[in-house]
Design a protein around this ligand. Structure first.
Ligand code: ADP
Length: 267
């Protein structure tokens, strides 16, 4: 928190220091600065794929289109960039819905063990292609938690696909669910490249990436974990990263058992 302290005092008169006002202004400035940074980031993130597409389309127009090998390759690049932009715009729209409290959360009591197993099952097919196996440590006994299933599925999809994206071929990803006293803890543990300690909280910020070039090449938008954090916080839970750089990453998610969310409400 930045706070500028200035003492307002007339000559020999009483001190009229309005410290709170100064503090408020600084907070406003900070929000305004964050907003400006966000707009700059969005513009940059959109300009990059657009300039790439422009140059590839120009090359196609200049004759590459007639090249049997290069033609389809260049078209493929423009296709990928378009898809990335669509993902980015969809993520931005979702964040703006959450920001303006326009996102609909429909809560219901869900048996978390079978819910988690279903989510992992959907990944098995893609995992086989990358020779990745899932090790499940999920108790059979039913544990019910009040969640918005579509939102929690999105969080888990994002975290599990990150674990796969940033892990080498042939590695195992462990997914465990632990019943603690007051909350349920889900952990997604990979043996991939890991995250430097100073970045472990930053990865939940909008557009923060440890390695921009690598994140881009695997098709990320840099918004997945920022969205995940908003969705988990709406469940009164927490999400954080741990792990040793170079050895792997663990993403932990906690969800309270007694979540006094209503059956359906607008966040
Ligand atoms: P992205 O779309 O870039 O993956 P995310 O918000 O999902 O965006 O993640 C932000 C960044 O956090 C990633 O770019 C990556 O640097 C890092 N990260 C996330 N998950 C992992 C992981 N399992 N292993 C290593 N790095 C990770």
């Amino acid at each position: 928190l930045e706070a500028k302290f200035s003492v307002i005092q007339e000559e020999d008169g009483p001190i009229n220091g309005l410290i709170t006002v100064v503090h408020d202004v600084t907070e406003k400035e900070k929000i305004e600065q964050e907003r400006r940074e966000f707009v700059a980031n969005v513009s940059h993130e959109l300009r990059t794929p657009l300039t790439t597409m422009k140059s590839y389309l120009e090359a196609l127009e200049d004759g590459v289109m007639n090249d049997k090998e290069l033609g389809p390759k260049f078209l493929n690049v423009t296709q990928n960039e378009t898809e990335r932009m669509i993902r980015l715009v969809n993520d931005l729209l979702q964040l703006s819905k959450i920001d303006s409290q326009d996102s609909k959360f429909t809560y219901q009591l869900v048996n978390m063990g079978s819910f988690l197993n279903d989510v992992i099952d959907r990944f098995e097919i893609i995992a086989v292609e990358k020779n990745i196996t899932f090790k499940r440590k999920i108790a059979n006994s039913p544990v019910y938690v009040k969640i918005a299933p579509d939102k929690l599925m999105q969080v888990l999809d994002n975290v599990i696909s990150n674990a796969m994206k940033y892990s080498p071929e042939g590695e195992a990803i462990k997914i465990q669910m632990l019943q603690k006293e007051k909350f349920l803890q889900i952990s997604i543990i990979d043996k991939g490249m890991g995250i430097p300690p100073e970045s472990q909280t930053k990865i939940f910020e909008r557009f923060y990436r440890v390695d921009k070039a690598r994140a881009r090449s695997v098709g990320g938008t840099g918004l997945g974990l920022a969205i995940a954090k908003e969705l988990i916080q709406a469940h009164n839970g927490e999400i954080w990263a741990e792990g040793e750089y170079g050895k792997g990453t663990t993403i932990n998610i906690t969800l309270p058992y007694l979540n006094d969310q209503e059956g359906e409400h607008e966040l």
